[in-house]
Design a protein around this ligand. Structure first.
Ligand SMILES: [Cu+2]
Length: 347
């Protein structure tokens, strides 16, 4: 695998360099003459040049997949099963397998990942408060791993201590009640922790309140980064793993409809990450542990491991950019577009 520095990634992304210029369209390279004629500026295309194959992992399918809802029925049945319990709650059983797999994170850039069920992030797990969650974890990877869930659970289910590591070839069953409601995480908790998380062993764990949140168009956005040359610094950033994916394939939403984003920061090596949405404001439900919003903003800052539910309604049809407000992260892949369709909402 070739090594890429942050600078060479910036070049690949088409910023400030001629790299890949032949692939940029003429419109994007339109020149602007300044009044004094002394300076000529080039408007560069935004986003990586080329495309990442979505055959093995499609960030758009991941976006709206809960408990494997996008999978064919037989494939889903191998991963997830729900059984009603006498009190009206559900027993939710999952099968999660750790496997080493090379994944494509930007056009032609491959990363030797460690994955849950072959994907980064791992599948989104979703339960309702009071359900019983039972996860059979099988380690088929080359290193010891575990699953550490955020939320209430007894210490023996924590997956963090040395004697709780699951050796290659071994299996462990995690079982606990789903609480509290909110937007949580699961991730490997094997030392060195930052390496095990950064290699791709993480996923979203949503617990819905017993009285459900209002019907909405829901999506999961995991802010992640990849250190492709192992210098403890990320070269590629993304939402849902693939750099600039949603620049090429905008997230389609309807105007007026309630849009709910489950936003999680699992970026390693950078202390914070952020989510900025153009042209509107959104309501924030920090950690998802309230049903009334605590904040209205257009820029949300999240520390490592922090998450929030965001809700908004698109007022105008058209394209709206979203990206990290750390400009460098945006240029290295953490940037996307919404495409809103429908009638304009005049308020
Ligand atoms: Cu691990």
């Amino acid at each position: 695998m070739r090594n890429f520095s942050r600078r060479s990634m910036l070049k690949l992304a088409g910023f400030g360099a001629a790299a890949g210029a032949s692939a940029l369209n003429a419109k994007a390279l339109a020149h602007q003459d300044h009044a004094d004629g002394a300076m000529r500026h080039t408007v560069h295309a935004m986003g990586a040049v080329g495309r990442v194959s979505t055959e093995r992992f499609d960030p758009a399918a991941y976006l709206r997949s809960f408990n494997g809802s996008h999978l064919p029925a037989d494939e889903r049945a191998r991963f997830y099963k729900e059984t009603p319990r006498p009190d009206g709650s559900l027993l939710r059983e999952y099968r999660i397998v750790a496997v080493d797999r090379e994944i494509e994170i930007a056009p032609g850039i491959f990363f030797p990942a460690w994955t849950y069920n072959g994907q980064v992030p791992g599948p989104t797990l979703r339960a309702t408060e009071g359900d019983r969650v039972k996860v059979t974890f099988i380690n088929q990877g080359s290193h010891p791993h575990s699953i550490h869930f955020h939320g209430w659970h007894p210490p023996e289910m924590d997956g963090s201590l040395p004697d709780q590591q699951v050796m290659p070839g071994a299996t462990f069953v995690y079982e606990f009640d789903a609480e509290p409601y909110g937007l949580h995480l699961y991730h490997c908790h094997t030392a060195p922790l930052k390496r095990h998380i950064h290699k791709g062993l993480y996923g979203a764990f949503i617990i819905d309140p017993k009285t459900p949140r209002p019907q909405a168009d829901e999506m999961v956005m995991v802010m992640n980064g990849f250190d492709t040359n192992f210098d403890a610094d990320n070269e590629v950033y993304a939402v849902n793993t693939v750099a600039h994916h949603f620049m090429h394939e905008p997230i389609r939403v309807r105007t007026n409809a309630l849009v709910r984003m489950y936003v999680i920061n699992v970026t390693e090596f950078d202390l914070i990450n952020s989510f900025h949405l153009h042209g509107m404001f959104f309501d924030v439900f920090r950690t998802g542990t309230t049903t009334s919003s605590t904040e209205s903003t257009d820029t949300l800052m999240l520390c490592q491991g922090e998450r929030a539910i965001l809700e908004t309604r698109f007022r105008y049809p058209g394209g709206f950019m979203f990206h990290a407000h750390q400009s460098e992260f945006a240029e290295l892949g953490w940037m996307g577009m919404f495409q809103a369709e429908g009638a304009r909402r005049d308020t």
